[in-house]
Write a protein that binds this ligand. Sequence first.
Ligand code: NAD
Length: 303
Amino acid sequence: TDRAAARNLGGPPAAAALLDAATRLAATLPVTPSVAFIRVGDDPASESYVRGKAKKAAELGLHSHVHALPADTTQADLHALIGTLNADHGVHGVLLQLPLPAHLNADAALACIDPRKDVDGLHPVSAGLLWQGQPGLRPCTPAGVMALLDHYQLPVAGQHAVIVGRSALVGRPLAGLLLNADATVTVAHRATPDLGAVTRRADLLIVAAGQAHLITPDMVRPGATVIDVGINRVPTDTGKARLTGDVHPDVAAVAGALTPVPGGVGPMTVAQLMMNTVQAAQNQTAHDQAAQMQADQSNGASG
Ligand code: NAD
């Protein structure tokens, strides 16, 4: 059969370009950008994600510190640590690794982070700025998707983008970013009837549902760009889990371009976190300098 294979949108080259941009921006700053990671309990996935982020920060020459709190940490203890980090001028970014143990309220804790240090972009102020189309720190996975589209010079303006998933982490902020980039945006979710009828209308289909192989070839318009955000662990015969996306591999025969899983959107998320950390440091040093100049002026100092 005559199966045209979709263009492979690999994450690593796009992530390398984003990391390079972050490194170049960091080199222009008077300070070394610094990010604090907070992790609660001993969830192995969270431990490994935080380790990966800290390792990447070190590779870029950024400062990072991991605050590992015990599983029985109270909400007040967590808020107190965030308050300390907010007040620390040497810390430009504060990231609270989710999920938290069940007795803790993640939304309440996220809302304690100084929005200027909100490198994960999940604070309500960051979400509001995004939806108003104002500058601010953006959630890493959706911003990483936009950076990937940009790297591969895939058009967004004027395209009909369909997002599957409406989480605060991925689907919702992605809708805002795509709107700001002049796409026409449809958001589908668990309660959408006849999902295929909606996804077939997409020029740009972005799937963040957390359902292995939810999107089959019949649900994709030929030639569409398909971005697979899903990361699902499926058991194999050997007993070892394998990672797979929300998009069925056969979609490669229909789509014009497709991200692999793993090795697609995944690397973009960490790269975007590094960029957010550098941008937070840039914003805070610019703010500090402006405050200093104002103080100098009101003290009658020259220069
Ligand atoms: P979530 O569970 O919070 O949200 C899933 C969304 O998908 C919900 O809005 C739900 O309504 C929708 N959905 C679920 N099943 C559906 C179905 N059958 N039809 C239509 N819509 C459906 O998940 P999340 O945090 O947004 O993550 C989504 C996926 O992306 C997960 O697999 C997660 O592991 C992955 N993820 C990847 C990265 C990355 O770096 N690549 C980052 C974050 C999340």
